[in-house]
Design a protein around this ligand. Structure first.
Ligand code: SAH
Length: 259
């Protein structure tokens, strides 16, 4: 028998499912699934193999076709019945997770929620490529953003304005308009030879990677047929230039080591 944990059933447990690979959920998320009685999962993005961790009699609902209130009604019903309710969402909850609006409806019913973090897809994509977003003397910052869709972008956050920094970028929810992305990045200042990687379904078995430069990525992505569930990674961190970090440099002293 697996060990039982005392999770508070008066709250809803929002769990980050990770990027795809079903073993990339946190141990806490896994334990919650093992004891869950009601699971509401974002079926369009999460790996449904994760549901195999749940008890056979758990009620599992795919939220893909549900409205906000249908989702929250399921949660409220579960909590009122004294059940352990888990809301399973892709990657980590803190990026494009829409947890606030769900939390607001819950709070109107006197129910609070707890968040359990997950491995975001931008981290899954970096591991899939074996790269670092931060490369000494090349790039020390990462911009996480998206282009405008039905959700408008705040006016000060255009892709074009971010491109002026020429640092590393992970662009979510935008591959369907790769041509528009390239246009904005180029007019914002990235040279056409800037390396780009489009990672479709990072950490899944059917992951696909398209590597190119800003000059030809749009064409390559269109040829690949990728139009959703992908990240656009851009910046010189994907290129050949790098410098050794000072941390492991034998000639460099720090708190734990003498030169
Ligand atoms: N909270 C999620 C993001 C949700 S928004 C996270 O932390 O990853 C959904 C978008 O995330 C998708 O359109 C895609 O851009 C990206 N995404 C989610 N899973 C992905 C994966 N396995 N590989 C590549 N991109 C992914």
């Amino acid at each position: 028998m697996p060990e039982r944990f005392d999770f508070d059933t008066s709250k809803v447990w929002f769990v980050g499912a990770g990027p795809g690979d079903k073993t990339l959920i946190t141990l806490k998320g896994y334990r919650l699934l093992q004891q869950a009685q009601v699971v509401i999962y974002a079926g369009s993005l999460i790996n449904t193999e994760l549901l195999e961790y749940c008890p056979a009699d758990a009620e599992c609902h795919d939220s893909a076709s549900l409205t906000l209130h249908q989702i929250t009604d399921l949660m409220i019903g579960g909590v009122k019945a004294g059940k352990l309710v888990v809301r399973l969402q892709t990657g980590d909850l803190s990026l494009y997770g829409s947890i606030r609006e769900q939390g607001e409806v819950l709070s109107e019913h006197g129910i609070s929620f707890v968040s359990v973090p997950g491995v975001s897809s931008f981290l899954g994509a970096a591991s899939q490529l074996g790269v670092e977003y931060t490369v000494p003397e090349v790039s020390q910052s990462l911009i996480i953003t998206r282009i405008e869709g039905r959700t408008p972008m705040p006016p000060k956050e255009s892709l074009e304005s971010f491109a002026a920094h020429q640092t590393s970028m992970a662009i979510f929810l935008s591959v369907q308009d790769i041509t528009g992305v390239v246009k904005q990045l180029t007019s914002g200042g990235y040279p056409p030879e800037t390396p780009v990687a489009v990672v479709y379904k990072a950490t899944w078995e059917d992951c696909q990677i398209v590597r190119a430069t800003l000059a030809d990525i749009a064409e390559r992505v269109k040829a690949s047929g990728i139009c959703k569930t992908a990240l656009i990674l851009v910046g010189p961190f994907l290129g050949d230039e790098y410098h050794y970090s000072k941390l492991y440099d034998a000639g460099f002293s720090h708190e734990y080591r003498q030169a």
